[in-house]
Design a protein around this ligand. Structure first.
Ligand SMILES: Nc1nc2c(c(=O)[nH]1)N[C@H]1C(S)=C(S)[C@@H](COP(=O)(O)OP(=O)(O)OC[C@H]3O[C@@H](n4cnc5c(=O)[nH]c(N)nc54)[C@H](O)[C@@H]3O)O[C@H]1N2
Ligand SMILES: Nc1nc2c(c(=O)[nH]1)N[C@H]1C(S)=C(S)[C@@H](COP(=O)(O)OP(=O)(O)OC[C@H]3O[C@@H](n4cnc5c(=O)[nH]c(N)nc54)[C@H](O)[C@@H]3O)O[C@H]1N2
Ligand code: SF4
Ligand SMILES: [Mo]
Length: 894
């Protein structure tokens, strides 16, 4: 069959495409010669970013090699995986799915998909599951991400609709970040916010139990008790009611439920003092927020994972939306409640119907919708009812009710809560099919059949970003090896299962069918209508410019929604929805007294399968850590920079302790990213409880009761090696950081350290031991090149920095000075850079500190001297903070 089109000639061309990471959806202008050498820049013409990119986007070229890729289908045998042909692999998937469905019924199979699929992929797999196999057991990692916001939108607005646009975020005079660390997670949007703040006054408030980079850049930080958001927003609603903040006309003409909302609020003491106490913040700060909200017409409230990932995620979203509806701050320039999407196509997936509780194209499982979709598809059947949501789906796999699962573009073994349970579930499952771009992921290891998918830069289709703008992802290089686009793999399995309806020739045909479905029997009944984009020729599809929906046939692409108040409910009114404040699903206890929070770091993307390929992205925060407040650290005998063991009811992990006042007393926080292949003891999700919001099914990733104890390591060390699959003996805690020419393994343990022979071997070794200081060093060379290094010491402080040594692995031959220096680990007189602050320009902390000490007073000045922060700007908030810290220290010293 035809392969996806890709440029074949070796001439450099510039192709416009879209970044594969976050939901900002930045346009990328990629210079490509078709040989996988890429130069990327922000696309100045794209409305999302106007030419900017963040550190992850900037590093796309560095992740575009074929290293680590799965290039052939593989089938598991008793002794490992073997390459298979597509025919064999596809037949196997189709036959086993067919046999299981025939024997046990449609609900005995499931699909677990992802907001990193393109809309076309998503559409194809949703159609196969719901219209042909006849099961709604298809759910997506958006369940872990957007499901609470989706449910809140549907309740309040009648459909899953994000009212605002990025222009509103810029125009706002008050910006609230509610559980959103935008400075790290939506960096280009944050740069736009900062630039808007230079043009007009903008007051920023951050609501987060953690003092994040975003909080530090805001005018006011409400460092609330975890899970107290509903109380805070309900208190605001009550304050608006009692202080003349209700837009009476708007509420009368465009909403319903005011009386019920008011009555519900009255059930609790809504005095600012009581609310501030329950939220754990000062009354003055609370009133500063309430009064700003009361008096600023142009207000945007962004909400993200601190809001959604909660057992009260839907209530959190609704209480925030209530405040906007009450005060009429919606549908106008600069005012909106704004759920920001995480993944590049979280929105597209929600549109096509990738969630188990939605049928397709914003239709539910009512009889009218089912009949409509079935007729449009001309399909043999239609899933009768909603399917299992992610957490329940894996429970059903564990219990054997689901016997076959196909995982696509997500890594549930790392990202689902109670991750070790998920591993057991997959182990028991009769058939696990995994489509991924990377050969070695934690989930791939559990597959029976591995399918090689086309990756970013190869695949062809569309994504929808946070502001409802549909953009093209375009191929920049031919498909490598045997890889295929995800929708083609789905279509081929469907055909082999005996289904007609999957005969598309190219991605544009899939998109067209989807666009027609949104318009089918619609008449404005569903706001999601892409009728204006249906009927495009292939060339028109290929040249599609970023376009915002709704876009009805004969109409124009939309802007902000609800401008005239009309909502997507039967009577056109938004619903004010009373919600009651509750605590976390599992409160802390004497045994587990700390509240474990989790989240993202600036330069890694989720389970690190792609960002870790770019060495510069591994350096900002190189290893997993647990942030803990100084008073808790003292109570738990935790020392800064030593290892700590975090234990919950579900599992445990060993992480580097970071003692900091950036978390509240009583809270700890770990990053979600590390996997078995990077840090088998540093994984977050075996710790996380599987409690979910009762309506949305979204897990409470931000709150698990935990305890912390010192790990008690007696030795520290590191091994630098070319091999990315080194194994260490039992009891050795290790984590791996990829560098440009080698892997750096940090190791530590209790009792006797391992013999250096067991770590790197003895052949060709030069060793240097210092028995008095307990330091042991070994270096291996081959033909004048460095091939392995191992250092062990009783204290981490005695070890040299790794950078200089790691860089030597790139040298063709070591110079005599370097040869002499490798055993000490550094060149005398050469200072280590410290942690990398600017990933794009490779500038470390020490250089920036030196520039500040030499008189640089602003991020721009530091940029002029060091070049730090001059590319994507993601590190600028950190540089500003270093300047502030320096000034404070100077003042204190004076
Ligand atoms: N660098 C980077 N960027 C990313 C991603 C990535 O992996 N790396 N992933 C993308 C994806 S898929 C997503 S979903 C987004 C997520 O983007 P964000 O939502 O910004 O990311 P998180 O760090 O998960 O969580 C945000 C904040 O919620 C706070 N929080 C915890 N509990 C509470 C609470 O009870 N109330 C409040 N108000 N806040 C709380 C946390 O302390 C955290 O700072 O990021 C996207 N962008
Ligand atoms: N503790 C904790 N856990 C969390 C969160 C949290 O805040 N805290 N956040 C949750 C959230 S919001 C999210 S979105 C999830 C994300 O979690 P995951 O979706 O599991 O994370 P990714 O690493 O993005 O996984 C994507 C996988 O798809 C592969 N891939 C990339 N492109 C393609 C493609 O085109 N086709 C195919 N077939 N495969 C592809 C990648 O190699 C990778 O293995 O994590 C959730 N888990
Ligand atoms: S902000 Fe960064 S990660 Fe997000 S789309 Fe833009 S370049 Fe990609
Ligand atoms: Mo997400």
């Amino acid at each position: 069959m035809a392969r996806d089109a890709a440029p074949a000639e070796a001439v450099t061309t510039t192709i416009r495409t879209t970044c594969p990471y976050c939901g900002v959806g930045c346009g990328v202008a990629a210079d490509t010669n078709g040989n996988r050498e890429l130069k990327v820049a922000g696309d100045p013409a794209h409305p999302a970013n106007g030419g900017r990119l963040c550190s992850k986007g900037t590093a796309l070229g560095a992740t575009f090699g074929l290293q680590g890729r799965l290039l052939h289908p593989r089938i598991r045998e008793a002794d490992g995986f073997r390459d298979a042909s597509w025919d064999e692999a596809l037949d196997a998937v189709a036959q086993k799915f067919r046999a299981i469905v025939d024997q046990h019924g449609p609900d005995s199979v499931a699909f677990y998909v992802s907001g990193q699929l393109l809309t076309e992929d998503y559409y194809a797999v949703n159609k196969l599951a719901k219209g042909y196999i006849g099961t709604a057991n298809i759910d997506t990692n958006s369940r872990l991400c957007m499901a609470s916001a989706v449910a809140a939108h549907k309740k309040a607005f009648g459909a899953d609709l994000v009212p605002g646009t990025y222009e509103d975020i810029e125009a706002a005079e008050l910006l609230v970040f509610s559980g959103h660390n935008a400075a790290w997670t939506h960096p280009v949007l944050f740069r736009r916010v900062e630039a808007a703040g230079d043009r007009h006054p903008q007051f920023r408030i951050c609501i987060d139990p953690r003092r994040t980079e975003t909080a530090k850049s805001c005018d006011l930080h409400l460092m609330i008790k975890p899970q107290s958001d509903v109380r805070l927003w309900n208190g605001l609603c009550a304050y608006l009611i009692t202080h003349g903040g209700v837009d009476r006309d708007f509420v009368r003409d465009h909403t319903e439920g005011y009386a019920e909302l008011k009555a519900t609020l009255e059930q609790q003491d809504q005095s600012p003092e009581a609310v501030a106490r329950d939220c754990g913040i000062a009354t003055g700060d609370l009133l500063a927020f309430y009064n700003r909200f009361l008096t600023t017409a142009r207000t945007v409230s962004l909400f993200s994972m601190g809001s959604n990932q909660s057992a009260q995620g839907v209530a959190k979203g609704l209480s925030l939306i209530n405040a906007h509806l009450l005060s009429g701050k919606i549908g106008k320039l600069g005012s909106a409640p704004f759920s920001i999407t995480g993944q590049p196509n979280a929105m597209g997936g929600r549109e096509v119907g990738g969630l188990a509780n939605m049928l397709a194209a914003h239709m539910d499982f009512d009889e009218v919708s089912k009949s409509c979709v079935k007729r449009f598809w001309n399909s043999p059947t239609i899933a009768p009812k909603a399917g299992l949501k992610a957490v329940d789906m894996f429970r059903a796999i564990h219990s054997g009710a689901i016997k076959a699962v196909w995982v696509m573009a997500t890594n549930p073994l790392v990202s689902l809560p109670d991750a070790d349970f998920v591993a057991q579930a997959l182990k028991r499952c009769e058939l696990v099919v995994v489509s991924d771009v990377i050969a070695r992921t934690d989930t791939m290891a559990m597959a029976h059949i591995q399918l090689p998918a086309a990756a970013w830069g190869e695949k062809d289709g569309t994504v929808t970003n946070s502001e409802r703008v549909i953009s093209r992802q375009r191929p920049l290089a031919p498909l490598p090896g045997q890889t295929k686009a995800d929708w083609r793999i789905v279509a081929e399995v469907a055909r082999r299962m005996g289904y007609a309806g999957f005969e598309w020739q190219h991605a544009g045909e899939v998109f067209d069918e989807y666009a027609r479905l949104t318009a089918f029997e619609n008449d404005g009944y569903r706001f999601l209508d892409l009728g204006g984009m249906a009927g495009m020729t292939k060339a028109e599809y290929d040249n599609l410019v970023p376009t915002r929906w709704p876009f009805r046939k004969g109409g124009k692409p939309a802007g902000r929604l609800f401008a005239d108040g009309g909502f997507n409910t039967p009577n056109g009114r938004a619903r004010l929805s009373p919600v009651l404040a509750q605590g976390p699903a599992s409160p802390t206890t004497d045994a587990f007294p700390l509240a474990l929070n989790s989240g993202r770091i600036r330069d890694q993307w989720h389970t690190m399968t792609r960002t870790a390929l770019a060495p510069e992205l591994n350096r900002h925060i190189p290893e997993p850590l647990v942030e803990i407040h100084p008073r808790d650290a003292e109570r738990c005998f935790i020392t800064d920079q030593r290892l700590a063991r975090v234990v919950t009811f579900y599992g445990d992990a060993v992480l580097r302790a970071k003692v900091t006042e950036d978390v509240r007393e009583g809270d700890i926080c770990v990053p979600m990213h590390w996997t078995k292949s990077f840090a088998p003891f540093g994984r977050a999700n075996p710790l996380i409880n599987p409690e979910v919001d009762p309506t949305s099914g979204q897990p409470e990733f931000k709150h698990t009761p935990a305890m912390v104890t010192p790990f008690g390591e007696t030795w520290h060390g590191f091994v630098i090696h070319g091999d990315d699959e080194l194994a260490f003996g039992p009891g050795v805690i290790w984590r791996r950081t990829p560098f440009a020419h080698c892997q750096v393994y940090e190791i530590a343990g209790r009792g006797q350290p391992p013999a250096l022979d067991t770590l790197v071997g003895a052949k060709g070794a030069i060793s240097l031991d210092d028995p008095a200081g307990g330091i042991r060093r070994r270096v291996l060379m081959e033909d004048g090149r460095l091939t392995a290094v191992a250092f062990i010491a009783p204290s981490a402080k005695r070890l040299p920095a790794r950078d200089w040594l790691a860089e030597r692995f790139g040298d063709e031959a070591l110079s005599p000075e370097d040869r002499a220096a490798v055993l000490i680990g550094r060149l005398p007189g050469v200072e280590d850079q410290g942690p990398l602050v600017c990933a794009c320009r490779g500038i470390g902390q020490r250089k920036i500190e030196a520039a500040i000490a030499a008189g640089c007073q602003s991020a721009d000045a530091v940029g002029d001297v060091t070049s730090a922060g001059t590319q994507c700007g993601s590190c600028r908030p950190e540089i500003v903070r270093m300047i502030v810290r320096h000034k404070a220290k100077e003042a204190a010293d004076a």
